[in-house]
Write a protein that binds this ligand. Structure first.
Ligand code: PHE
Length: 337
C-alpha cells in the first residue's frame, strides 16, 4: 500500500509538471482528486484497511492528497497567469476602432427556459422560484433523505453550514411548496443548483427544471403523458419517450426517462453514442412518505414529480459539446443564438 501511494505521488507530480495548460491540469485533478479519482478511491477504500493500520494509512493518504493538491494549486496559478498574459496579448482591443453597435442576444439557457415555461404553462402549470441557499430540511430531510443517509452521496453538496447548503436540486422547492400549499398543485420551478462536480458534462453550477403535480388520482400514466408532450414540443413531434426503473428517495416508484435522439431520430449518432436514445431526466410518483412529511394526506392525494437539467436540453438541442461554454459568456459563442 505504501509503495502504491508513493507511486501515485510520483506519477501525479510528474503529470503535473508535464501539464502545460489549465485544461491539462484540470484533467490531472479529475484523474487523482475527482469523484472517482485515484486518491479519492483510496480514501473511500479505507474501510477495507486493517483497523490497526488505518491511522497511519489515513495520515499517509492525507499527506498525499495535500501534496498533490498543493502542487496543483501552485502550478494552476502559474499557468493561469501565463495564459492570461497570452490571452491579453492575443485579444488586445484596438480602442481606436469604431465601436461595435450590434445588439446583444438572449443566452441559450434563457431561450430554452422560456420555451420550457411556455410548454408547461400550456399544460396548466404555474411557475415558481426559490432560494439557492437552502436549508438542509428542504433540500434533503423532507425529501426523505435523512442526515447520514447513503443516498446523500448521489449529490456532492456544498455545505454553507451544518444546516444550510447550496441547493443541489430544485426538488427542494417540492418540499417548500407542499408544506405551504394543499392540492391541487401543478407547478414548475426553473433555477440554479450547485454540486461539487466538474467535467465536460458537469459544471459546479447548473440549471434545473422541476415539475410537480399533486391531486386526487394522479398516476404514472399522467407523468408519461405530460413528459411525452413536453419532449415532442421541445425536440420534435416524432420524439418517443421511454421510462426505465430507477431510484430517488423522494419518488416511489422512480424512473429515468430517455427520449429518442433528436439529432439522428433514433438511428444512432455521436450525441446518443450510437444507441438512438438520450437520457434526459429523473422522475417518479411522489413518495407517500414525502407527502405525509409535508402535511399532505397521502391516502387522499398522489402526485408525480420530475427534474432535469436545462443545460443538458440546451446542449442536445443546439449541439453544444461542453457545458462550460454555457457559463463562460464568450460573446463569440453567445452571438450564435
Ligand atoms: N432531483 C433529482 C436530481 O437532481 C431529479 C428528480 C426530480 C427525480 C424529481 C425525481 C423527481 O437528480
Amino acid at each position: 500500500m505504501k509503495e502504491k501511494l508513493e507511486k501515485i505521488k510520483l506519477q501525479a507530480l510528474e503529470e503535473i509538471s508535464r501539464a502545460a495548460t489549465s485544461e491539462e491540469l484540470n484533467a490531472v485533478r479529475v484523474k487523482y482528486l475527482g469523484k472517482s479519482g485515484e486518491i479519492s478511491l483510496i480514501m473511500r477504500d479505507m474501510a477495507n484497511v486493517k483497523k490497526e493500520d488505518r491511522p497511519e494509512m489515513g495520515k499517509l493518504v492525507n499527506e498525499l492528497r495535500g501534496c498533490v493538491e498543493g502542487e496543483l494549486v501552485e502550478k494552476t496559478k502559474a499557468v493561469g497567469e501565463l495564459e492570461k498574459q497570452a490571452r491579453l496579448k492575443a485579444e488586445a482591443i484596438d480602442v481606436t476602432l469604431p465601436t461595435d453597435k450590434t445588439a446583444g442576444t438572449y443566452h441559450p439557457l434563457t431561450l430554452i427556459r422560456r420555451e420550457l415555461i411556455d410548454i408547461f404553462r400550456s399544460m396548466g402549470f404555474s411557475v415558481d422560484e426559490g432560494p439557492e441557499i437552502e436549508s438542509d430540511l428542504f433540500n434533503f430531510q423532507l425529501l426523505n433523505i435523512p442526515k447520514d443517509h447513503p443516498s446523500r452521496d448521489m449529490q456532492d453538496t456544498f455545505y454553507v453550514s451544518d444546516k444550510v447548503v447550496l441547493r443541489t436540486q430544485t426538488s427542494a422547492m417540492q418540499a417548500r411548496i407542499m408544506t405551504k400549499t394543499q392540492p391541487p398543485i401543478r407547478v414548475v420551478i426553473p433555477g440554479k443548483v450547485y454540486r461539487s462536480d466538474d467535467d465536460a458534462s458537469h459544471s459546479p453550477i447548473f440549471n434545473q427544471f422541476e415539475g410537480l403535480a399533486v391531486d386526487e388520482h394522479i398516476t404514472m400514466g399522467d407523468l408519461q403523458g405530460c413528459l411525452t408532450t413536453f419532449a415532442q414540443k421541445i425536440f420534435s413531434s416524432d420524439t418517443k419517450v421511454r421510462l426505465r426503473p430507477s431510484y430517488f428517495p423522494f419518488t416511489e416508484p422512480s424512473v429515468e426517462v430517455d427520449v429518442t435522439c433528436s439529432m439522428c431520430h433514433g438511428r444512432g449518432c455521436r450525441v446518443c453514442k450510437g444507441t438512438g436514445w438520450v437520457e434526459i431526466l429523473g422522475a417518479g410518483i411522489v413518495n407517500p412518505k414525502v407527502l405525509d412529511m409535508c402535511g399532505i394526506d397521502s391516502k387522499k392525494y398522489s402526485g408525480f414529480a420530475f427534474g432535469f437539467g436545462i443545460d443538458r436540453i440546451a446542449m442536445i438541442k443546439f449541439g453544444i459539446p461542453n457545458i462550460k461554454m454555457l457559463y463562460e459568456n464568450d460573446s463569440r459563442f453567445l452571438s450564435q443564438f
